[in-house]
Design a protein around this ligand. Structure first.
Ligand code: C2E
Ligand code: MG
Ligand code: MG
Length: 431
């Protein structure tokens, strides 16, 4: 049996972790730094794995803290036994461990991470009369592919681990470019939300028969005085992973409600589409805040709107359709208020026909990448099929990503009602 690698001795902060005997965070970080500079000098790869035990609190509080402590000791021994000679393990904090793998490229790092996952899944701890099992979520990253300095390597690894947790636990995720950026984007979003710099840009939606602008879609942008606004595609995935999309939704929807009230007299029939995230399900207070804002602002123009209000809520399967009942409950007050529902990105592989039966949609937005291929006969047939089903169900269809007159003309022949895309206008922040 391999023994745990002895930790550094020295001042208190440098003493090994008293529970596991492993190096603690500060010392382990120095070790990564020194291995990284040596790997850089010798052009060797270096792997890093962050391992976090799943639902550790259940063991610590559901069983006992003593069981939790014993488990951490068992796991640290098991990690050391599973690693190769020369690899290092440290306790990063709580139930988190870091493993440093000198000379390991991405492939080796991922394979060792998977071995660790399996080893932990097979562990049985017998303690205080209980038989305890545990799993772990692991993030893997390697130098030089995923990072060029220690901070980046740890961040990429941590973000990959975070992704492993968010996508089901008991799994290994390798860092990708987004993972490396997640925490940086999180910081950017935090300050932007605090400083009210997350604002809507409006993109027109046109009636294909009359050519008139009948609606717009509000798309989130982060504005920064010195730079061009940052489009949602660059931060929305990071926001999802960090579970702050509900804050973006709140900022955007409340701005759209104000925009709607300001424009209602000039364009009483305009619909305003907003995107919402699954994250809102877990924030009923924010749903109430949005509805309060809607009630207050809409009172100012109650003479102009009937029971149907101009706001349309767009949802996608990826975001909201996993738990139809929870989604229906969350949406009910919005629908009761008179807002309508749109199924976004229909045909993307996310949104399927089944959802049209499950929720009271009024609009179907046809996935832009299908519309971009509308010249292909097979794709046109699919769009015609969607159009037929939607029109039989009494739904209005919107083609996304209409980028040219030619595409607009073909889309028109399929019977699709409305269109949106760069051909009609870019998303713009009102001045
Ligand atoms: P989406 O709701 O399907 O929005 C359409 C995206 O396609 C937008 O990107 C838009 O700028 C872009 N687009 C519009 N016309 C064209 C075109 O002709 N060609 C091409 N190639 N692209 C076009 P954006 O603004 O970066 O948003 C990306 C996604 O982020 C949105 O997809 C939506 O799912 C999400 N999102 C945007 N704003 C919000 C928000 O306030 N809350 C939430 N939860 N999600 C948002
Ligand atoms: Mg949308
Ligand atoms: Mg869409």
């Amino acid at each position: 049996m391999k023994r745990l690698i002895p930790a550094f001795a020295g001042t208190n902060a440098r003493l090994p972790d008293p529970l596991t005997g492993l190096r603690t965070r500060a010392v382990f970080r120095e070790l990564i730094e020194s291995e990284m500079s040596s790997s850089g000098n010798h052009h060797h790869p270096l792997g890093l794995i962050m391992l976090d035990l799943d639902r550790f609190k259940v063991i610590n509080y559901g069983y006992s803290e003593r069981c939790g402590d014993l488990l951490l000791q068992e796991v640290s021994t098991l990690i050391a036994q599973t690693l190769r000679a020369g690899d290092q393990v440290g306790r990063w904090g709580g139930q988190e461990f870091l493993c440093l793998l000198p000379g390991a490229d991405c492939k080796i790092t991922d394979s060792i991470a998977e071995q660790l996952r399996q080893a932990i899944e097979s562990l049985t701890l017998n303690a205080e009369g209980y038989e305890i099992h545990v799993t772990a979520s692991l993030g893997a990253a390697c130098f030089p592919e995923d990072a060029s300095n220690t901070g980046q390597l740890i961040a990429a690894c941590g973000a990959a681990m975070y992704q492993a947790k968010n996508t089901g636990r008991n799994r290994v995720t390798h860092a990708d470019a987004l993972h490396g950026q997640v925490f940086g984007l999180g910081k950017l979003l935090d300050s932007a939300l605090r400083e009210h710099r997350v604002v809507p840009a409006y993109q027109p939606i046109v009636d294909l028969n009359s050519g008139a602008i009948v609606a717009d879609e509000a798309l989130a942008r982060v504005v920064n005085a010195d730079q061009a606004p940052l489009a949602a595609e660059h931060f929305i995935e990071a926001a999802r992973q960090l579970q702050v999309t509900y804050q973006i939704d709140r900022a955007i929807i409340i701005s759209v409600i104000k925009h709607c009230v300001q424009n209602l007299r000039a364009a009483p029939n305009m619909a305003h589409f907003v995107n919402i995230s699954g994250n809102l399900l877990r924030h009923p207070k924010v749903v109430s805040e949005i509805l309060d804002a809607a009630r207050i602002h809409c009172a100012a123009c109650s003479d102009l709107t009937g029971p149907t209000k101009p706001l349309v809520i767009e949802i996608t399967e990826r975001e909201l359709l996993h738990d139809i009942d929870a989604t229906r409950n969350m949406l009910r007050p919005f629908l009761d208020f008179g807002m309508r529902l749109a199924l976004d990105d229909f045909g993307s592989g996310y949104s399927s026909f089944k959802y049209l039966a499950d929720l009271p949609f009024s609009f179907v937005k046809i996935e832009g990448t299908l519309i971009q291929r509308i010249r292909e006969k097979r794709v046109r047939t699919i769009v015609q099929g969607i159009q037929k089903a939607a029109s039989d169900l009494g739904l209005v269809t919107v083609a996304e990503f209409v980028e040219s007159e030619e595409i607009a003309a073909i889309v028109r022949t399929t019977g699709v009602d409305w269109a949106q895309g760069y051909y009609y206008g870019l998303p713009e922040i009102p001045t």
